[in-house]
Design a protein around this ligand. Structure first.
Ligand SMILES: [Zn+2]
Length: 275
């Protein structure tokens, strides 16, 4: 999965006192694009920007500090030669970018969007500032905003030796599993049961947690569950959202083109008889 970057190790802890050094790495974001040369991010010394414009993101492998430079609102300021902006989704799909760098780009994009979307207070409209201890944005009116992380479930519904696979009506073209966002006031297990019913008309039982996955490009924390169909296995597909919803036996499960997603791993585990 995208976050499985061993032997690399990401440290997401926020250190407010970390300042950029010449050899710090800068992830430059412009809307949904990241600045790269191949799959390389520029160094601090290549970027012509005041330190105040650079926001500490995270560190990798203990000693490499990464900073955010968001140029969405002032294009092309101080950018190094030889680099180009690439859509973050395309960066993943290129197949040539190293996985840990794709994961860093996804994570940086999520933080960039959060910082940019909260530059002004949603309560009183004043300019906000960064908290001096934790990753949080404050306003003098008292409003306190933490990073936006949106929970969503991935649901592998099994029926003996078959699993329910889907294809979205638009967008992502490959096979996937039932999925959906958690509503306020709902447990994750309730989300699983509701989404299964909404998308396929199936009742489910034996809901069991598998793994989770940060998916920064849409601010998600994805939570994977397997469950069993309960009773009638007739599929009544939500035609507004899906174009395919069908039972597939293990050998007929078609995987996605890369191994980044939790969905793909869950389909693979089932295909291999491990789930
Ligand atoms: Zn305010």
């Amino acid at each position: 999965m995208i976050q499985d970057i061993y032997p690399h190790k990401l440290n997401n802890h926020y250190y407010p006192d970390r300042k950029p050094a010449e050899d710090s790495i800068v992830i430059v974001i412009r809307d949904n694009e990241v600045l790269v040369k191949g799959d390389i991010f520029p160094l601090r010394k290549e970027v012509n920007a005041e330190d105040e414009r650079l926001t500490y993101l995270f560190s990798l492998d203990g000693d490499k500090n990464y900073f955010l430079f968001d140029v969405t609102d002032d294009k092309d300021t101080g950018l190094p030669e030889g680099y180009e902006f690439v859509n973050v989704r395309s960066f993943r799909r290129s197949g040539t970018a190293r996985k840990y760098r794709v994961f860093l780009a996804y994570t940086a994009l999520q933080l960039a969007n959060w910082y940019r979307n909260n530059a002004y207070c949603g309560r009183c409209g004043k300019k906000t500032f960064h908290d001096d201890k934790e990753r949080a944005i404050r306003c003098e009116c008292g409003n306190l905003v933490y990073p936006r992380i949106v929970p969503a479930v991935i649901v592998g519904i099994t029926n003996g030796d078959k699993i329910l696979v889907t294809k979205y009506k638009t967008g992502f073209a490959h096979f996937a599993l039932v999925a959906g966002f958690t509503e306020i006031g709902e447990t994750l297990e309730e989300t699983v049961a509701r989404e299964a019913m909404e998308e396929t008309g199936l009742k489910v039982k034996n809901i069991r947690y598998y793994k989770s996955q940060p998916w920064g490009i849409v601010d998600d924390i994805l939570v994977g569950f397997y469950c069993d169909v309960d009773g009638d296995d007739t599929i009544r597909m939500d035609e507004g959202e899906l174009k395919v919803a069908e039972w597939r036996s293990r050998e007929d499960v078609e995987l996605q083109p890369d191994e980044y997603s939790l969905t793909n791993e869950m389909m693979k585990m089932f295909k291999e008889g491990k789930a």
